[in-house]
Structures are given as C-alpha cells and as structure tokens.
Design a protein around this ligand. Sequence first.
Ligand code: 2P0
Length: 320
Amino acid sequence: MRATAIAQPNIALIKYWGKRDLELNLPAVGSISITLRDLFTEMQLELDEHLPADKLTVNGSVDETMLPRLSTCLDHVVGGGRVRASIVSRCNFPVAAGLASSASAFAATTVAAAHAAGKPLGVKALANLAGRSSGSAARSLYGGFAELENSDKKIIVSTLCESEQWPLTVVIAITETGPKAVGSTEAMEISRSTSPFYANWIDRQDNDLKTARNAILKRDFEQLAAIAEHNCLKMHSVMWASRPPIVNWNSATMRCLQTVRKLQGNGVGVFFTIDAGPQVKAICLPEHAHEVRAALAATEGVIDIMESGLGDGARLVEVS
Ligand code: 2P0
C-alpha cells in the first residue's frame, strides 16, 4: 500500500497551449519535449484507511495548494471510492514558476499511485492517466525526446530519440522564484476564447511538429533550434494577444534572449525556449554548456542557474 516514484520535468520544444476537451484534459495540439535528468520530483504515497483526508507535505512542510489536484489525480488512477492517501513530496527546484513542476509531480504521483493500488499498468495507460491531471505530465513518463499526439479520446506519447542518442544540455536561467499569477489551465482557456492568433497557432502546429521531428531524427541542431525558437515565440504571441494579456516575461527574461542571440552570433550551438513563466531555458550542445552557463549567469537579473542533461521517464523507486 506504499509506493515511491520519481519523475523528471520535461521542457517542450514544440509547445502545448490550449485544450480541445477540458473535461478529459486533452490538448488542442501535439507537442515535442525533452525530459531532464538532474531536476526531479519524488512522490512517496501511502494509501491508509485510517486517514480522514488526503494529506501532502512538500519538502517537509504541509502544503494545501497542490492537494486538490493531486487528490483528483489519485481518483483517476486508484478509483473514486479509494481510501485516503498520505503523500510526501521532495523536489529539488522551485515549484509553479514555469519549470514544469506539475509535469514531474503528476507523472511521479501516477506511477506511485498505480503501484500502491496494486494496478500493473503499462506506460501508455500511465501516460494517459497522468495527462488527465496535467497535459505535460504525460510526456514525463518518457525519457529523451518525446512526442505527444492527440488521437480521438486519447493521447499517444512516443520516444523519438533516447537521451543518450543525442545528449544535449539544458541551462536554465532563473529570473524569479515566486509562483506564477495565473495557472496554465486558466491561461490556456483565456487564450482559446480571446486571442486573435489562437486559430492560426492550432493550424500551424502540425508543420512545426513535422519540422522538429525531422530535425531530431537527423540530429540537426540548427533546424531544431530555428523551429523551437519560432514555436516558443508564436505561443507567447498567442498569450500576449489574449485578453487579459498573459505575460510571464520580465526584463531579465528579455536580456537572457539577447545573451543567447549574442552566443549564437559567436558560433555557439544554443537556442532558447520559455514556458509559462519567466525562466529562460537554453538548450545547447554539451561542449558549449560551460560558456552558455557563464554568459547567462552574468546576465543582469539572473538570480540562479540550473543545469541538466537529458534523462529517463518516470519510474518506481520502491514499493512495499
Ligand atoms: C508545454 N506548458 O508544452 C506548455 C508550454 C506551458 C507552456 O504544458 O492545464 O501544467 O495542467 O494540462 O501541463 C504547462 O501546462 O497544463 C504546459 P495543464 P500544464 O510544456
């Protein structure tokens, strides 16, 4: 009745923004991501019939904010009439700040819950269950480069390339540590219903997916860099043009983009992406990681730097 699982966040290179089914939490577009190695969320879950209610601690402190969504995640995996759970979470990076903390949290919770409930589910079923709680969590069930496709009432996630087949490095420039003002589910709905660019965004996604997929299969860094930056800026254009506007960037975010442009001008193999938060993720060839890290660390407004290679999908650590 007790299981512990670990999952890594993933960074989308071709982004998910918008839902086509709110009830089932199905994304409106496919996406392609890389799963990280060095950032993690561990979820220890104990199903306990004596507990009056679910409880959650994050890094040693009781936390009420994530609990309702985690409880719903457990309902999906274990079943509605389930016994209550005690969840102990450990995480080595800031949560709810645009670092994909919900992806790793729900991926790890789904794996731990299935094992704690004695349900031997395969990775496809686990990805679909994790995706019901958080669209991006489905991708954290897979390592390396993962593609998520919509298929009727389901999602299908597959590995395009394993982490060791194309070992890139991700340098993350932290420009703010507080939680974001508007959650992704709400922000996506605002974009869907108000952004004049939303329909265009949906129409063009398949082309971007195809270009990125080809770049990954050919290990073509330049082509991947160009399409990932374009897709990221397009998603933020959809967000900026929403009413009210959804602007997660700060001035340091912009300065980090200028730093990346300068590095590119000097022949450094690097590109940027930004999610629903102010942090800048610089994806680079491992031999350039030191230079990219130093340049971002020296950029005004950057308060911390994290670095990660690419890693594996969510997995069980212990069950008893
Ligand atoms: C992504 N993001 O593809 C995009 C890019 C943020 C920007 O997926 O509503 O927390 O829980 O399904 O997965 C963040 O959204 O959203 C996200 P829900 P999620 O990574």
